[in-house]
Design a protein around this ligand. Sequence first.
Ligand SMILES: NC(=O)c1ccc[n+]([C@@H]2O[C@H](COP(=O)([O-])OP(=O)(O)OC[C@H]3O[C@@H](n4cnc5c(N)ncnc54)[C@H](OP(=O)(O)O)[C@@H]3O)[C@@H](O)[C@H]2O)c1
Length: 326
Amino acid sequence: MKYRMLGRTELQVSEIGFGGWGIGKNWWGETEDAESLRALQKAQDLGINFFDTAYVYGDGHSERLIAQAFRSAKKRAYIATKVPPKNMQWPADHRSSLQATFPPEWIISCTERSLKNLHTDCIELQQLHVWSDRWLQDPLWQKVLEAVERLKSQGKIRFFGISINDHEPETALEAVRGGFVDTVQVIFNLFEQTPRRKLFSQCLQNRVGILARVPLDEGGLSGKLTPESRFEEEDFRSRYFAGERLKETCRRAEALKKVLAANGSQNLAQAALRFCLSFCAVSTVLAGTRRVPHVEENASVSDGRYLDGSQLEELEGHAWPRNFYR
Ligand SMILES: NC(=O)c1ccc[n+]([C@@H]2O[C@H](COP(=O)([O-])OP(=O)(O)OC[C@H]3O[C@@H](n4cnc5c(N)ncnc54)[C@H](OP(=O)(O)O)[C@@H]3O)[C@@H](O)[C@H]2O)c1
């Protein structure tokens, strides 16, 4: 496993991080805690030291499972969690106010709740689960910053970041430029390449760490889906890949497989992760998984081999602007 500096935090984080949404259980169909725990343990054994979770991933279930997995761990694990917006609205409506989304007392009480779930005195990275740059003009913004500073000075959190709205990477450029955040979390994958346009250079200039999320397009880039794949009704992918979306996703994934095979990739999932790692602005790639074999495949991508400029240029042509989350 190779490690990269997480922006100005000076934390050395593993190139492959662990995405903890699926292990929260409530959105991803049948999920076995025992297997999730084995996957967490395997991740740590293979050098993964960065774990992303959120209170809403199973109302604390993902956080509690991570705490359980690392209770007696000897190695250091960096855990990032998130404060949900008080109005529980995803993605954030840019017209909403901080009073409705992240009033200071809400940030504090949610942090206390996550500290309990994680069985820890200090959260390495606390993030706001949605973001809008318009909040920098909100009269409450100063109070939000004061609350964050208080949590830092009390030792309850070490660093502060934001998770950018789905497919809107340019709605956080002001927060990055203003030096308000240590990290941003953004959708970045072979289909969603918009962060290459402005966000990456802004983050490099301001030493803001980037957590690349949804690197496998929720499975669209896993290489395992076919037009016949079906999901349980409560599994969010039954909506994400509804109607013609699944067929179109598979068609585009097949086209990518051909290009990537010519570049020597073993399978699409690994190539998709390698693509994300080929950008030095990316600090860690949050691969979401609940299974040991997937953890093994994903961790093995961090071998120091990256795609070159001409390969990245060719892959730019496979970007696919859309927003299945709406
Ligand atoms: N708004 C936000 O802040 C936000 C939103 C979404 C995600 N995130 C974060 O980003 C993380 C990653 O995103 P995600 O989990 O939604 O999606 P993802 O990483 O794009 O895809 C997860 C899917 O890929 C499968 N997978 C993983 N490794 C694989 C491999 N080697 N081969 C084949 N399939 C593989 C997983 O299967 P198994 O589960 O069966 O292993 C799961 O079905 C999340 O877990 C979460 O931490 C944050």
